[in-house]
Ligand binder design. Sequence first.
Ligand code: NDP
Ligand code: 8X3
Length: 249
Amino acid sequence: MTRTALITGATSGFGAAAVHRFAQAGWRVIATGRRAERLQPLVDAYGPERVHAAVFDVRDSAAMEAALAALPAGFADIDLLVNNAGLAQGTAPAQSASLEDWRTMIDTNVTALVTLTHRLLPQLVARKGAIINISSVAGVYPYPGGNAYGGTKAFVSQFSLGLRSDLHGSGVRVTTIEPGMAETEFTVVRTHGDQAASDKLYTGANPMTADDIAEQIFWVASLPAHLNINRLEVMPVSQSFAGFQVARD
Ligand code: NDP
Ligand code: 8X3
């Protein structure tokens, strides 16, 4: 039986790579994002029976609802929700960070994620489906400038564990993937468009790739139905942990 995945943030990075991975494996995929011109090539590559583009801003719950209500019949029964759309904004310390950046991250990474999850839970329960939430190592390990971004991802990880607990006995699987450094458009977005800063961060660092994460998403979704990966933390070999800071007089 052909299964259907809804993957948010499919215009770039992990989400785009995941659309390719699932579509190539024969899944039907609903690919979402704001940039329609990035979604159409995915539809063109696999055909409208395999990939459906749903263009909406995840923060706009009315647009989200309209896109879900307009799903073609073949895509209406969703087996897998991949909550991937998200972003970091800024690296300034909390005391000089932009409140607007913080609100954008919370609206996108937290509020939109719970809204879509809440909307799809009834059918995921009915279909004994699965949810894969993309969190981050930033939600596990604090670092200077991570402040609200790390907070949103800690929410995602803890929310996922709570879902798992509430969904006990339903057959619905819930997984959090917590990646470390991966080269996507993430840092260009975080720096409000500074491609040079992004290049500097990743050059020589051997970061993970979008395909690396897509493979993990696909692996989690492909495990036998009696197995649940609760959380999957993954980093490039080149990245590890730093120590605590000590401020001296
Ligand atoms: P990208 O910037 O390459 O992709 C982000 C995706 O999210 C885009 O498709 C973008 O689509 C979508 N998105 C952002 N805001 C909105 C919005 N308001 N409405 C709809 N879609 C939105 O980054 P990544 O692929 O790296 O990021 C994917 C996820 O992985 C994020 O949640 C990120 O926090 C997380 N992550 C990334 C890591 C990394 O090092 N790259 C590490 C750990 C976690 P569009 O702009 O077209 O709407
Ligand atoms: C992205 C990983 O380390 O840049 O979530 O915060 S990190």
